[in-house]
Design a protein around this ligand. Structure first.
Ligand SMILES: [Zn+2]
Length: 287
């Protein structure tokens, strides 16, 4: 009888844990329409391509040893990403490395599914890995309501300055905390014939929380981290500037769907400097 009773408890526990992992992922409602709108994929420079949605930037770096995907958009962005890969003539199953600029649902939505389907290795900033593993539940600003994206395990923890290698590509991960504890930018060279471009995929340090920084008790270093990130980012040098959201670097003014290949359109240090100064200004006004 007792044994029988234990069995029932085990069964109940099994099913409740199954339901907890399988059913509780809830993206916040009413996301901007631009996040889900398709956008024609295009070649940015050399072996670097834009395959995201209208506003959620996803980047593909193509190498003879397989490809690197940076960011996935929402869970529902996956069919758009797949369609974009097909349009460009690349294979979904050639994705070998998965990266993210930040562990929020609008960049991590399809990460778990892509990892499972392709067997790619997920590399995440050590400070964002816990949030990735609990699907955003423990995020200091957006957390507290269960997972907002499918939890996903990190295969390699990245630290500031770590290099991600695939084929002849070398990407440097830059720790730019604040927006999330482990927000990351990526700096790398792409070659285009005789020309080389230094590319920065920047995680712009926008403010997420409505709380005063001094009241964010689960992230006591938040003000210091944002200040560090702004000062570190203002010192960066690069040719091409991209970001986590296309609106942040003005994609729509730089690329019209169907426009010819033009890496020079993304050379915009002036726009970057202005964006950094605006963010610095917003941070200076934050309590
Ligand atoms: Zn975010």
């Amino acid at each position: 009888m007792l044994k029988h009773h234990f069995h029932i408890v085990t069964v109940i526990l099994f099913f409740s844990s199954f339901i907890a992992t399988a059913q509780q992922v809830k993206e916040p409602k009413d996301t901007p329409v631009e996040w889900s709108k398709p956008y024609p994929p295009f070649r940015i420079a050399g072996n670097l391509y834009y395959i995201g949605t209208d506003d959620l930037a996803c980047y593909l770096i193509v190498t003879p040893k397989g490809n690197i995907l940076i960011n996935t958009g929402l869970a529902a962005s996956l069919p758009l990403i797949k369609a974009n890969l097909k349009t460009l003539g690349f294979k979904f199953n050639d994705i070998r490395i998965l990266l993210t600029t930040q562990a929020h649902y609008d960049h991590m939505g399809a990460m778990s599914e892509i990892k499972k389907a392709t067997g790619a290795k997920l590399m995440v900033n050590e400070k964002d890995a816990a949030v990735a593993a609990d699907g955003g539940s423990s995020d200091y600003a957006l957390g507290g309501h269960g997972p907002t994206f499918e939890p996903v395990k990190t295969d390699r923890l990245l630290h500031n300055g770590d290099v991600i290698k695939l084929g002849d590509m070398r990407l440097v991960m830059l720790h730019h905390p604040g927006h999330t504890k482990g927000s990351s930018s990526f700096l790398f060279d792409v070659k285009d014939g005789g020309r080389k471009y230094k590319v920065l995929i920047a995680n712009m340090p926008t403010i997420v929380t409505d709380k005063k920084f001094s009241e964010v008790h689960t992230y006591p270093d938040i003000a210091r981290d944002y200040a560090y990130t702004i000062s570190a980012m203002k010192k960066l040098t690069f040719d091409i500037w991209l970001a986590s959201h296309s609106s942040q670097f003005g994609l729509h003014s730089k690329n019209k769907p169907g426009s010819p290949y033009n890496p020079a359109a993304f050379i915009d240090k002036t726009g970057y400097d202005k964006a950094m100064n605006d963010l610095e200004d917003q941070l200076s006004k934050k309590d």
